[in-house]
Design a protein around this ligand. Structure first.
Ligand SMILES: [Ca+2]
Ligand SMILES: [Ca+2]
Ligand SMILES: [Ca+2]
Length: 361
């Protein structure tokens, strides 16, 4: 339509500021209505040449007709113009109404847009706030996630260690249960043995008490006997050293006769077991040279004591034993030479002797 180009509607596409209301400008330009110039009035001057009266009258008549015709034409034209203007006016009114309606609609839409815009701004602000919160939460969750992953890894390690420990403990537990069962069995056996031992112990204590009583009696008897033995030995000139009693004879006999005498008195020829014993007897014999219980009569140079034991420590005089002068010398006496030490001599020689017997203190 031609009217739409004549009536431009300016609606800014986007406002400079989002908060400002959308300006809507509606300019209505009505087309200028052409005003027809009024037809020349009838009283317009008409120049009529002065002629003859008929001719003048005819000319006037013709002018009148022309004027009428012209006036009629003018009226027709005016009517057409008015009709056209009327149509255009109606059309413009219609367009104006449409534009007003459109304007109203646009205003409503603008208000709706404004309301929507406000809502959207609010939503945007809410979304911004929500976004900020979400980002903060995301960061917190990221941190939390990292921590959780670390904790998870630590828990995994801990879990693996615990599994390992559990397995070890299970093995240990199984072993301990076996040991416990064995110990229970052992304990039961030990308790039985303990009971048996308690019974046995009770019996032994009774026996011990009886033995103690018996021992006490025996000790008394022993002391009495010992006293008696000591008295008798002292009476027979025995002397005492350590755990032995010694008799140094005044008579002189062969080695074998001397041994018989010792055996008859509950002993045997002396066995010298230590340096102390050797020194004690050396002091006791003085200048005597008595037999001692050492011989190699069974096998030459295999010296043995009268109890069958081999000689370990000897106190031979210098150059002894020597089977002096080619004579067999198989028996030993002490107190020889200045050191009072040992010499081998013929067993058939007669000399004093020393007997030894064990005594109890
Ligand atoms: Ca001895
Ligand atoms: Ca000899
Ligand atoms: Ca000799």
């Amino acid at each position: 339509m031609a009217a739409s180009s004549a009536a431009p509607v300016t609606v800014p596409a986007k406002a400079a500021k989002p908060d400002a209301p959308v300006p809507v400008k509606v300019a209505i330009h009505t087309a200028p209505v052409p005003v027809m110039a009024a037809p020349p009035a009838a009283s317009a001057p008409v120049t009529v040449a002065r002629a003859t009266p008929v001719r003048v009258q005819s000319r006037r008549s013709r002018l009148y007709r022309l004027a009428v015709v012209g006036l009629g034409l003018l009226c027709v034209l005016l009517l057409i113009a008015i009709t056209v203007l009327w149509i255009k006016f109606n059309s413009l009114n219609l367009q104006r109404d449409q534009l007003q309606s459109s304007y109203t609609n646009l205003m409503m839409e603008r208000d709706q847009f404004n309301a929507s815009y406000t809502n959207l701004m609010m939503e945007r602000d809410q979304l911004n706030a929500s976004n900020t919160n979400l980002m903060r939460e995301r960061d917190q969750l990221k941190t939390s996630n990292t921590n959780l992953m670390m904790e998870r890894d630590q828990l995994k390690n801990s879990f693996n260690n615990l599994n390992l420990q559990r397995d070890q403990l299970q093995t240990s537990n199984t072993n301990l249960m076996k040991e416990r069962d064995q110990l229970q069995t052992s304990n039961t056996n030990l308790m039985m043995k303990r009971d048996q031992l308690q019974t046995s112990n009770t019996n032994l204590m009774k026996e011990r008490d009886q033995l103690q009583t018996s021992n006490t009696n025996l000790m008394k008897e022993r002391d009495q006997l010992k006293s008696s033995v000591f008295t008798n030995l002292e009476r027979q000139s025995w002397v005492f050293f350590d755990t032995s009693a010694y008799y140094i004879s005044t008579d002189m006999k062969t080695w074998n006769e001397s041994r018989d005498d010792c055996e008859d008195n509950g002993g045997d020829l002396v066995i010298i077991n230590s340096k102390e014993e050797q020194e004690y007897l050396t002091r006791k014999v003085g200048s005597k040279q008595p037999w001692i219980g050492l011989t190699d009569s069974e096998s030459e140079n295999q010296w043995k004591w009268v109890d069958g034991s081999a000689l370990t420590t000897a106190y031979w005089a210098e150059g002894e034993p020597n089977n002096w002068n080619g004579i067999e010398e198989d028996c030993v006496h002490m107190g020889f030479k200045e050191n009072k030490t040992w010499n081998d001599l013929s067993c058939s020689s007669k000399r004093q002797w020393i007997c030894e017997r064990r005594v109890f203190h």
